[in-house]
Write a protein that binds this ligand. Structure first.
Ligand code: PEP
Ligand code: MG
Length: 584
C-alpha cells in the first residue's frame, strides 16, 4: 500500500527505484559485478565463510586443550557461531543478492544481514532475538576476512539514467539508499557509487552529510524520522528531493506523475546547459563570479563542466576521512592539491585547511568520540592549531601545489586575533621549512572564513590580516541562532533570512567592498536561487556552490538588475520578517 514519509529536502530532483536498506555497515564496498564474475564472487564469499569456520574450529580445539580452565560461555558462543555459519539460510540469501542483483559479496552479505536482523527483531522469543548479535559478529568476521583478501572482481559502476527506468526485475533498476544515519565520511564512499538517491532518518538540511549529497547531485531527503524502520529491503520508492518526501510502494498513478516530473526536470537541465559558456553578467553589466565547492580533486572536471570559473571552496578535510588514523602525509596531500589545481586548467583554486570535528568525524573512532567534539568544540582551525605538526604538513603541501597555478588558502572558524596571528606565523614557518629544504612553492592569497558571529563583528581585525573573506553561512546561521545544523528536530528554526544573520552577511560584504577586498559566500545560501537576488542586492559578486547549482544561479544573475535590487535589499534588511519580502 502506498504511503508517504516526510522529511527535509536536501538535494533536488526525483529518484525512483528500489530501496537498499543500509544497517550499521556502510564502510563496506558497494559495487555491481559483471554477470561473468558471479561464480568468482560466490567463491570469495564461500572462502570467507570457510575460513571463519576453520578459525572457530581452531579456537574450539584450544578450548578443549584448556580443559576445565576454559570459560564455558565461550565454548557455547562458538557453537552458536558455527551453527549460524553453517546455516544455509545465510549463504543462500547472500547468493541471491550476488546472482540476481549482481551485488559484490560484501554488499550482498550486509544486505542479507539486514534482512535477517529484522526477522530476529520481530521474534517473540527473547533468546532467539538475542541471536541477532551473534549473527552480526559472524558476518563481521567474514567481512574482516574478505577485507584482507583482494577481490579479483572489478567494480562495474552503473548509474542508470532515471529515464531508462523500467518497472521490471532487471538488475538495472536504480537503487535508492535508505539509512538511519550517514556521516560525511560514509557519503564519500558513495560518491562514485551506484545509488540514484538517498534518505536518512536523521540530519539537518545543512549538515555536512546533506552537503555531500548535494554535491553528488542526486535527490536526497534527510530527517525522515523512521524511514529506515518503515521501508523494507527492495520496496519500490520515490524520493522527491524538491519537497522532501519519500513515497513507498507508489501506485501506478503516482509513478506516472513522478515520471512526468522527472522528465520535466531533465528538460529544464537541458535548457540550463545552454548557459554553460555564457558569462555571468547582470542586466546592468556587473560581472559575477560563479565558483565551485569541491570535496576531492576528482571533482574538478565536474566543476569545469558546469561552467565554474574557479574553485571557491575545496573542503580539504575529505582527503583525511576514512583513513583509520593514518592521515595523508605531505607528498600525498601535495599530489591531491596539485591534481585539483591542474584539473582546473589555470583557473583559481581556493583550498580550505582541514575542517573536521562536530558533525564531520574523520572515521568511526572519531565518531564514537563525537560527544567530546560538538560544534562548539575542537573543530576546524582549533583542531589544526592544537596539532601544529599536522597543520604545518598541510600548509607545506598547499604551498607546494601553489607553484602549479593560482591557489588561495582559506582558514575556517577563526574568531580570535591570537588565532589569526598563530595561523599566519605557522604559514611563515611552513615557507621557511620549504626554503630550508630547497623545495619550490608558489605565492598565495590568504583568506578567512567568516562563520562565527564574533568574526563577523570583528571585520576590521580580519581585514587587517587577510587578502579576502569568504562567508560560511552554514555555520554562521548555526552559531548566530544557536541551532545545530545537523539536528532535524530544530531544523525549522534554521533560518538564513533571520534579520541577525542578514545583518552579519550584509556588513561583511559591505566592509570588504568598501576596503576593496575580495568577498564571497561559500555556504549553501550561495547556491540557493531563492537568495541570489538578495545577495546581489547586498553587493555580493562572488558566489561559490556545488557545481550542480551553478547554471540555475547563473540564470538568476542574467535576469537581475542590481540597480533595482539594492533598494529592495535595504528594505529586506530593515524588515522584521525578511522572509515575507522574499515570498517565503
Ligand atoms: C559554511 O559553514 O558555510 C561552510 C561553507 O563550511 P562547512 O559547510 O564545510 O562547515
Ligand atoms: Mg563551516
Amino acid at each position: 500500500m502506498t504511503f508517504a514519509i516526510h522529511g527535509l529536502p536536501v538535494a533536488r530532483g526525483i529518484a525512483i527505484g528500489r530501496a537498499v536498506l543500509m544497517g550499521g555497515r556502510v564502510d563496506v564496498a558497494h559495487y555491481f559485478i559483471d554477470p561473468a564474475q558471479v561464480d568468482a564472487e560466490v567463491t570469495r564469499l564461500r572462502e570467507g565463510r570457510n575460513a571463519v569456520i576453520d578459525e572457530i574450529h581452531r579456537l574450539q580445539h584450544t578450548i578443549v586443550q584448556m580443559g576445565k580452565e576454559a570459560p564455558h560461555e565461550l565454548s557455547a558462543l562458538l557453537d552458536v557461531h558455527l551453527m549460524l555459519l553453517q546455516d544455509e539460510d545465510l549463504i543462500t540469501g547472500v547468493k541471491y543478492w550476488i546472482r540476481e542483483r549482481l551485488y559484490n559479496a560484501e554488499w550482498a552479505l550486509t544486505t542479507q544481514l539486514e534482512q535477517l536482523s529484522r526477522q530476529f527483531d520481530e521474534m517473540e522469543d527473547e533468546y532467539l532475538r538475542e541471536r541477532k548479535a551473534d549473527l552480526e559478529q559472524v558476518a563481521e568476521r567474514i567481512l574482516r576476512y574478505m577485507k584482507g583478501v583482494a577481490s579479483p572482481v572489478a567494480p562495474t559502476p552503473r548509474r542508470k539514467s532515471q529515464q531508462d527506468l523500467l518497472l521490471d526485475d532487471s538488475v538495472d533498476v536504480p537503487l535508492v539508499l535508505v539509512a538511519h544515519d550517514l556521516s560525511p565520511a560514509d557519503m564519500l564512499q558513495f560518491k562514485q557509487s551506484v545509488f540514484a538517491g538517498f534518505v536518512t532518518d536523521v540530519g539537518g538540511r545543512n549538515s555536512h552529510t546533506a552537503i555531500v549529497a548535494r554535491s553528488m547531485d542526486i535527490p536526497a531527503v534527510v530527517g525522515a524520522r523512521s524511514a529506515s524502520q518503515l521501508v523494507r529491503q527492495d520496496d519500490w520508492v520515490i524520493i522527491d528531493g524538491d519537497d522532501g518526501v519519500l513515497i513507498v510502494d507508489p501506485s501506478p498513478i503516482i509513478l506516472a506523475e513522478y515520471g512526468f516530473k522527472q522528465r520535466q526536470a531533465e528538460l529544464e537541465r537541458g535548457r540550463l546547459a545552454r548557459l554553460r559558456h555564457t558569462p555571468a553578467v547582470t542586466i546592468d553589466g556587473h560581472k559575477v563570479e560563479l565558483l565551485a565547492n569541491i570535496e576531492m580533486p576528482e571533482d574538478a572536471p565536474t566543476a569545469l563542466e558546469a561552467g565554474a570559473v574557479g574553485v571557491g571552496l575545496f573542503r580539504s578535510e575529505f582527503l583525511f576521512m576514512n583513513r583509520r588514523g593514518r592521515l595523508p602525509d605531505e607528498d600525498e596531500q601535495y599530489e591531491a592539491y596539485r591534481r585539483a589545481v591542474e584539473g582546473m586548467q589555470g583557473l583559481p583554486v581556493t583550498i580550505r585547511t582541514i575542517d573536521v570535528g562536530a558533525d564531520k568525524p574523520l572515521d568511526d573512532v572519531q565518531r564514537e568520540e563525537a560527544h567530546l567534539n560538538p560544534a562548539l568544540g575542537l573543530r576546524a582551525i582549533r583542531w589544526s592549531l592544537a596539532d601544529p605538526a599536522m597543520f604545518l604538513t598541510q600548509l607545506r603541501a598547499v604551498l607546494r601545489a601553489a607553484a602549479y597555478g593560482k591557489v588561495n588558502l582559506l582558514i575556517p572558524m577563526l574568531a580570535h586575533a591570537s588565532e589569526i596571528r598563530q595561523t599566519l606565523s605557522l604559514l611563515d614557518f611552513a615557507r621557511a621549512e620549504l626554503d630550508n629544504r630547497g623545495v619550490a612553492y608558489g605565492p598565495m592569497q590568504v583568506g578567512a572564513m567568516i562563520e562565527i558571529p564574533a568574526a563577523a563583528l570583528s571585520l576590521r581585525t580580519f581585514l587587517r590580516y587577510f587578502d579576502f573573506l569568504s562567508i560560511g553561512t552554514n555555520d554562521l546561521i548555526q552559531y548566530t541562532l544557536a541551532i545545530d545544523r545537523a539536528d532535524e528536530s530544530v531544523a525549522h528554526l534554521y533560518d538564513p533570512l533571520h534579520p541577525a544573520v542578514l545583518q552579519l552577511v550584509a556588513q561583511t560584504i559591505a566592509e570588504c567592498n568598501a576596503q576593496g577586498k575580495g568577498v564571497s559566500v561559500c555556504g549553501e545560501m550561495a547556491g540557493d536561487i531563492s537568495f541570489t537576488r538578495l545577495l546581489l542586492g547586498l553587493g555580493l559578486r562572488t558566489f561559490s556552490m556545488h557545481p550542480a547549482q551553478i547554471l540555475a544561479v547563473k540564470q538568476e544573475v542574467l535576469r537581475a538588475d542590481t540597480r533595482r535590487l539594492e533598494g529592495w535589499a535595504k528594505e529586506v534588511l530593515a524588515s522584521e520578517e525578511p522572509g515575507k519580502l522574499l515570498g517565503q
